[in-house]
Design a protein around this ligand. Structure first.
Ligand code: NAP
Ligand code: GLV
Length: 309
């Protein structure tokens, strides 16, 4: 009945503390010191090495430490019959909403330009973009995209979302599937990507998509770096079809020092920080799931393995 914490590049101290607070009797193992592999029932993982999760023959649940599960599903040896769960948490949705609102307002109030002007001690006014006449299009209207949409509606933006199935969110126009993608893009001044990374969404932020948004649009990608065709973004910025981008996620993280995004005058880079998972917030739900699994019940917040999210 052991619980394995398998965090490849995240500090485990605060996870251990919270897990012990909420389940003092927990038989907690810290990877790579797993003990006998057949004793592991439950694993909380972030970016495990490929093949690693196939080593535990009695595994009953694989919990993603994040909202995304692409870091697990990319493993061809991930045990097929073991349920996979992800983080669904209100504080995460709040934090993502704050990031999206920050990036949208920064753009509408010309903050990147003013930052450059300040370096030059140059006093020049740019008329703010008005919320009511700014079309924000959110790709992915799930836990995070839906929350961000509500915040932007409250600020008076003209908000639409794109998803696989229809959504009913007050003040948000819902577009679905490939057939409505063109109409969704055609009303978009600020494009926000909050899709999961799946085989259908990998590379979706490409030249074809950028050609469909309103000229001079702004891109905010806070989902995964692999959604974006990086060369297509640079070309769209060169041509003026896109006027700027705020990027939180990258194909290679940390973003290598020589990467052109670092010094591009129209790109804002943040280090995958839009919405972090806080152990204090999510451990109660993890322990609830651990107890459910130990009692023979299905865990909550399971993903659909076929859909990929
Ligand atoms: P979610 O609740 O599963 O929502 C995903 C949304 O995307 C749903 O609305 C879904 O449509 C839509 N979707 C999926 N595939 C689609 C497709 N092919 N075409 C159109 N719409 C599609 O996920 P979430 O919790 O909001 O998280 C989204 C992603 O954010 C995560 O997967 C992760 O990669 C990223 N993330 C980033 C950070 C960060 O700090 N940068 C933090 C957390 C998460 P339906 O609702 O119709 O199924
Ligand atoms: C972070 O990127 C997450 O998936 O939670």
């Amino acid at each position: 009945m052991a619980f394995l914490l398998l965090l490849a590049d995240i500090e485990s101290k605060s996870w251990v503390k919270q897990l012990k607070i909420h389940e003092p009797q927990l038989d907690l193992r810290l990877w790579p010191n797993t003990g006998p592999v057949e004793e592991i029932d439950f694993v909380l993982a972030w970016r495990p090495p490929p093949g690693e999760l196939a080593r535990y023959p009695k595994l009953r649940c694989i919990a993603s430490l994040g909202a995304g599960v692409d870091h697990l599903l990319r493993d061809p040896d991930l045990p097929a019959a073991v349920p996979v769960t992800r983080v669904v948490d209100a504080s995460m949705a709040q934090s993502m909403s704050e990031y999206v609102v920050m990036a949208v307002l920064n753009w509408c109030r010309h903050m990147p330009r003013y930052a450059r002007q300040q370096q030059e001690r140059r006093w020049q006014v740019h008329v703010p973009r008005q919320a009511s006449s700014t079309g924000v299009g959110i790709m992915g209207l799930g836990q995070l995209g839906g929350a961000a949409a509500r915040h932007l509606v409250a600020l008076g933006f003209d908000v639409a979302g794109w998803s696989t199935g229809p959504k009913q969110i007050a003040g948000v126009r819902s577009y679905i599937g490939e057939a409505q993608l063109g109409a969704f893009l055609g009303r978009t001044d600020i494009l926000v990507c909050l899709l999961p990374l799946t085989e259908r969404t990998r590379g979706i932020l490409d030249a074809r998509l950028f050609a469909g948004v309103r000229p001079g649009a702004y891109l905010i990608n806070c989902a995964r770096g692999e959604h974006l065709q990086e060369a297509d973004l640079l070309a769209a910025l060169d041509s003026g079809q896109l006027a700027g981008a705020c990027l939180d996620v990258f194909v290679t993280e940390p973003l290598p020092p020589e990467h052109p995004f670092w010094r591009h005058p129209s790109i804002t880079v943040t280090p995958h920080t839009a919405s972090l998972t806080h152990p204090r917030a999510v451990v109660p739900r993890l322990i609830e799931n651990y107890r459910r699994v130990m009692a023979g019940l299905a865990p909550l917040d399971q993903i659909d393995r076929l859909r990929g999210y």
